[in-house]
Design a protein around this ligand. Structure first.
Ligand code: CO
Length: 211
């Protein structure tokens, strides 16, 4: 009997064989060094695969995914990825990509206790609270969710700009650019929502002056 996961291993073998057939140096080239230009911070949702929807190849995009593409300033996982991408890999662009119909965003707008995930969703609830009036002007639940999806991406871009990691790279190396995008599950199209260039002013409360 073939288990469902055996298909993954078979597909992997076929993929590896295909890659070598197309480009004999493919793996040996990637073995030594990775020089991705992009850091992708996306949702864990299985329908939003970073490399597939952007047509990027192995080696081109450094990826971090969590529920609802959050940049939480106490999350050592995210911060480690961010610091490595900015300081060591020297990425030029960071993309925070949300998606319409995000289950994490929807759950954060509801009142059901879901266990430990409450603590994660709490970060999204705070974004909802901050923009509640604007969001509640939308006509139905779906539109409200999608409005929060967009505003949440903007908020996470701001959260990146509030980190000393980004502020230091902006000050000394004039990179990276920050991009907020939202992916449409219904049509596969990514919509750019916002952008922050190196040196963009943020509220002075969040600025470090001794970097
Ligand atoms: Co999602």
């Amino acid at each position: 009997m073939i288990n469902s996961y055996d298909k993954l291993l078979l597909e992997n073998k076929a993929w590896a064989t295909q890659q070598v057939k197309k480009d004999p140096e493919f793996f040996s080239r990637l073995l030594e060094i990775q020089t991705p230009e992009f850091l992708w911070i996306g949702c864990s949702d299985s329908r939003v695969p970073a490399d597939k929807i952007t047509g990027t190849q192995p080696g081109e995009i450094f990826v971090h995914r969590n529920i609802a593409n959050m940049v939480v300033h106490t999350d050592t996982n995210l911060l480690s990825v961010l610091e490595y991408a900015v300081v060591v890999l020297k990425v030029k662009h960071i993309i925070v990509c949300g998606h319409y119909g995000c289950g994490g965003i929807r759950a954060a707008m509801e009142n059901r206790s879901l266990g430990i995930i409450n603590k994660w969703l709490r970060n999204i609830k705070d974004v909802y609270f901050k923009h509640r009036e604007e969001i509640n002007q939308e006509k139905n639940d779906e539109a409200k969710t999608n409005k929060l999806v967009e505003l949440n991406v903007k908020e996470q871009i701001l959260n990146l700009a509030k980190t000393s990691i980004i502020q230091k790279a902006w000050k000394y190396e004039q990179r990276p650019n920050l991009h907020g995008w939202v992916y449409g599950l219904n049509d596969g199209i990514i919509k750019p929502i916002c952008e922050m260039e190196p040196g963009t002013k943020i509220d002075s409360l969040y600025e470090y002056d001794n970097l």
